[in-house]
Design a protein around this ligand. Structure first.
Ligand code: HEC
Ligand code: HEC
Ligand code: HEC
Ligand code: HEC
Ligand code: HEC
Ligand code: HEC
Ligand code: HEC
Length: 399
């Protein structure tokens, strides 16, 4: 009897201590931990207050631009009749569902010579999906990619056209533009080359809130503790950034793939100067030939709209939190907000629909010089088309 009473007393004391301790826990302690460090909290926390935004984020090309491959979803992607790709009469790669996943299996004269699993996908599928498989702590690109313009498989861009190839490494650099974080380990292999290993479990797939807005824990803690405060604190206010800062916030991923990063761009946050992250790209800025793929920033900065206005940024036409894909009428209204009157020749005016589609004439689709893809049985590679962000008069396309 006496023993039981003592146990009850002890239990009571313990629960009181727990209650007191939990009261001492600050708002910050209660937030989920984020692998990027103490300043971050993760998208799940952001959407608790910003309820209208998860929709636009989770289903947007930014949010979906990298992910683990979920077998059922992948099976939906390809048609059952197009799961085989022949390089020539001897060699082919077949997309096969097996017990432990979906594989790209290489055959030489009917004999299996390699089989690697779809582990990770890059791209939201807007234009393409590229896939990667793990080998230890290294990622490699699979030989076939899926292209939306043909609804079919083709050889991954830049791969040999006449045989399957499984050796192309995918580095953390892909995640710097297509993801939000990956932990990597670099070791010096020789005087000129580094060996990189990545931690699977550390990857934050897709581009999340804090990738674009910067670490947000302090912002969250402040607004939990001050629910009456309706002005945002401890987070970059986009409106107050300079024009260059706004351009840099997008340019960190939209300035082309040739830039050399001298520090990880995962840490880039709005307000930072892109030049602190990248060595200057002399080819791009020095009157070179920027590509429509991945380099919207340099293309736009070469337009008269950009050069002769003081305010044009990506936000003049894009709002990351809305989805108006394909609605060229809405985009055209954004042109008209600066161009209330235009001097079109009678000939141009005769083409009609001038006010609802400025885009196809002044931002035509062009084929990328860097990316093309090889379909089976075709002599020439197929073009990868993107909008030109050099807004201009393109006489040859129009007349
Ligand atoms: C406890 C509630 C709360 C949480 C959680 C929260 N915010 Fe906010 N946030 C606010 C309030 C309040 C404002 C000010 C009113 C508004 O603009 O909606 C705001 C405004 C913002 C703004 C607008 C800044 C501007 O340009 O005016 C951004 C960006 C933002 N939050 C990002 C985030 C991110 C990223 C996260 C997750 C890391 C997050 N918020 C989590 C409450 C919250
Ligand atoms: C690809 C980059 C990007 C991602 C990802 C992103 N945002 Fe934004 N967000 C922006 C930009 C740019 C603006 C400023 C828009 C403007 O001023 O035109 C903005 C504006 C906001 C605002 C101000 C109100 C509004 O609707 O304009 C809030 C709040 C916000 N973001 C929260 C979030 C949250 C929460 C997430 C994750 C669910 C998120 N953002 C993901 C780029 C991004
Ligand atoms: C962390 C890198 C990153 C940042 C920062 C970023 N983007 Fe992107 N953006 C991408 C990638 C990668 C894609 C391709 C997504 C896919 O897989 O379809 C993309 C796609 C887009 C698209 C086409 C798809 C769509 O949503 O319609 C637009 C427009 C765009 N970005 C605009 C912007 C603007 C404007 C900013 C600055 C506010 C910005 N991006 C910031 C990486 C980024
Ligand atoms: C400097 C940033 C950057 C790097 C590095 C980068 N990409 Fe991209 N990637 C983009 C942007 C921006 C887009 C979308 C717009 C475009 O094509 O201009 C894109 C588009 C794509 C698409 C098509 C997405 C879709 O839904 O249409 C795939 C697939 C892709 N990238 C894979 C990769 C892979 C794999 C790597 C690494 C080998 C890589 N990217 C490296 C910025 C980058
Ligand atoms: C922020 C304001 C702004 C926006 C938005 C804008 N422009 Fe412009 N644009 C300008 C200015 C300023 C000029 C230079 C006018 C001049 O030289 O008198 C210009 C020039 C042009 C020119 C002449 C180009 C040349 O090389 O001579 C064309 C064509 C044009 N814009 C089309 C467009 C289209 C189409 C859109 C929408 C996709 C658009 N603009 C959006 C400000 C803007
Ligand atoms: C003058 C208007 C305008 C400006 C400014 C602008 N864009 Fe675009 N952008 C467009 C239009 C129009 C499209 C085509 C949209 C569609 O087809 O739904 C587009 C498409 C895109 C795409 C998808 C690629 C493709 O070819 O489908 C990306 C990525 C993109 N923009 C990024 C950017 C970035 C980054 C900036 C700033 C450097 C920027 N844009 C500035 C009008 C603009
Ligand atoms: C059918 C193709 C076509 C369409 C649609 C079109 N333009 Fe043009 N635009 C041209 C051509 C061609 C020129 C050169 C002058 C000419 O021959 O008419 C031009 C010239 C311009 C100029 C430079 C002359 C000036 O007015 O200063 C601007 C700005 C411009 N367009 C803006 C726009 C805007 C904004 C829209 C949509 C509301 C638009 N254009 C729709 C073909 C087009």
């Amino acid at each position: 009897m006496k023993g039981a009473k003592r146990i009850l007393l002890i239990l009571g004391a313990i629960s009181i201590v727990i209650i007191i301790l939990s009261r001492c826990m600050t708002a910050a302690d209660k937030l989920p931990r984020d692998i990027r460090g103490d300043a971050y909290t993760g998208a799940a926390t952001c959407v608790k207050c910003h309820k209208d935004l998860p929709q636009s984020y989770a289903h947007s090309p930014h949010g979906l631009t990298s992910n683990l491959v979920v077998d059922q979803e992948l099976l939906k992607v390809y048609a059952p009749d197009s799961n085989s790709f022949s390089f020539n009469e001897h060699q082919k790669v077949v997309v096969e569902k097996r017990n432990d996943g979906i594989f790209q299996v290489a055959y030489n004269d009917g004999k299996e010579v390699n089989a690697q699993k779809f582990d990770i996908k890059f791209g939201s599928g807007e234009k393409a999906f590229t896939f990667a498989y793990w080998h230890g702590k290294k990622l490699y690109e699979l030989p076939l990619s899926y292209f939306s313009s043909i609804n079919n498989w083709a050889i991954s861009p830049g791969f040999p056209a006449n045989t399957f190839y499984y050796e192309r490494g995918i580095t953390s650099r892909c995640f710097e533009c297509h993801g939000s974080y990956v932990e990597k380990k670099l070791t010096q292999k020789s005087a000129f080359s580094m060996d990189e290993e990545m931690e699977k479990g550390s990857i934050i797939y897709g581009i999340d809130c804090e990738r674009c807005h910067g670490p947000g824990k302090q912002h969250v803690v402040f607004h939990i503790e001050n629910p009456a405060e309706k002005t945002a604190k401890y987070i970059a206010i986009f409106k107050t950034l300079s024009r260059k800062q706004k351009m840099d916030a997008c340019g960190v991923c939209h300035s082309g793939n040739t830039l050399m990063a001298h520090q990880s761009v995962f840490e880039f946050k709005p307000g930072d100067n892109i030049d602190d992250y990248y060595a200057q790209d002399f080819v791009g800025f020095g009157g070179g030939n920027p590509d429509v793929h991945g380099n919207q920033t340099t293309m736009l900065m070469g337009s008269n709209c950009y050069l002769k206005s003081e305010t044009m940024t990506c936000q003049s036409c894009h709002n990351t939190h809305e989805n108006i894909k394909g609605n060229l009428n809405i985009y055209s209204q954004r042109c008209i907000s600066c161009h209330q009157t235009t001097n079109h020749s009678r000939e141009t005016l005769a083409k009609g629909a001038l006010t609802t589609n400025c885009i196809d004439c002044h931002m035509p689709k062009e084929s990328s010089k860097l990316i093309s893809f090889q379909q089976a049985g075709k002599d020439q590679a197929s073009a990868y088309m993107l909008r030109s962000h050099r807004v201009a008069i393109y006489p040859d396309r129009i007349k």
